[in-house]
Write a new protein. Structure first.
Length: 292
């Protein structure tokens, strides 16, 4: 049973659930844009979520395989299954590869080729562009936010088999959301990242304003694109009002962070980002159901 738990741990269920949530958001709004009822497409949604779960889990496993030597040097990650010798690296490589290949193939067979391509692109960008960039460039957070935002695009194409302006707005929201979220984490674990050899903005430039500027710019961009859903008529006024109120509270926390970039305020910012996206998702659902 412990062997099974080790492999399940490498699959990172919480991250996979977030990927599935963003995929569902894109799928839901995609159906709405086509004037379709989601209840008539529940089977396609289930197929999409299964494919995304497999691909995301496989990607997480392969990422840990690629970073096993660096994970062993950091307190936060040294007890992961591979660096702690609970799973052999070759077994992790095979397991992750099978999950990724089967996930992409499953989406191709059950959804469409465009969505399968987006799944494949997400995996390739994450593993072979983002993962190495963490050791060479402080721009890695920006680079990693591209594959991190692609699942919502995949959800949209699963419903519509095309990409349009609304889907790019959804992509932009997710892209911008990740910057303050992961920079906050990078501040909290700055020394850990430095010990592991990762080029994170807060640890590489601890006495500059670079991190604050990034957080401010992308927080404003996230709020702007979130509001943009209303102006392209993807949602109604109830959503616009709700997200405006949430954004005000989010900006207050951002301002506190800008005044004092302590670990305490970084944790507040991280929690604020964790609340922002789910609350936005809830507002969209309530808006569609005419409950706000």
């Amino acid at each position: 049973m412990q062997v099974v738990n080790n492999y399940l741990e490498m699959m990172k269920f919480r991250i996979s659930m977030l990927v599935m949530l963003t995929g569902y958001l894109g799928f839901y709004l995609g159906l709405r844009s086509e004037g379709l009822l989601s209840i008539n497409y529940y089977d396609k949604l289930v197929y999409l979520l299964i494919g995304m779960f497999l691909s995301s889990s496989g990607c997480a496993v392969l990422n840990q395989y690629l970073e096993k030597d660096f994970d062993a040097q950091m307190k936060r990650t040294k007890n992961r299954p591979i660096p702690s010798n609970r799973v052999l690296p070759l077994n992790a490589l095979l397991f992750g590869s099978i999950l990724c290949v089967f996930g992409v193939f499953f989406v191709y067979q059950t959804i469409n080729s465009l969505t399968a391509f987006i799944c494949l692109l997400t995996i390739l960008l994450y593993l072979f562009i983002y993962t190495p960039s963490k050791r060479f460039s402080t721009f890695n957070t920006l680079i990693g936010s591209i594959p991190g935002a692609l699942p919502v695009l995949g959800g949209w194409t699963a419903a519509t088999n095309q990409i349009n302006s609304i889907s790019w707005i959804l992509f932009s929201i997710l892209f911008c959301w990740q910057i303050p979220h992961f920079l906050a984490i990078a501040i909290i674990y700055a020394q850990d990242y430095k010990d592991g050899g990762f080029k994170m903005l807060p640890s590489e430039y601890p006495n500059s304003k670079h991190t604050q500027y990034h957080v401010l710019f992308f927080s404003i961009a996230m709020i702007g694109t979130s509001l943009g859903l209303y102006f392209v008529k993807a949602v109604d006024f109830g959503y616009f009002l709700g997200i405006s109120i949430i954004s005000v509270f989010f900006l207050i926390i951002v301002i506190q962070f800008l005044k004092d970039t302590s670990n305490k305020n970084a944790k507040k910012l991280m929690l604020a980002t964790l609340f922002y996206f789910p609350l936005m998702f809830i507002l969209i659902i309530l808006d569609v159901l005419n409950l706000i």
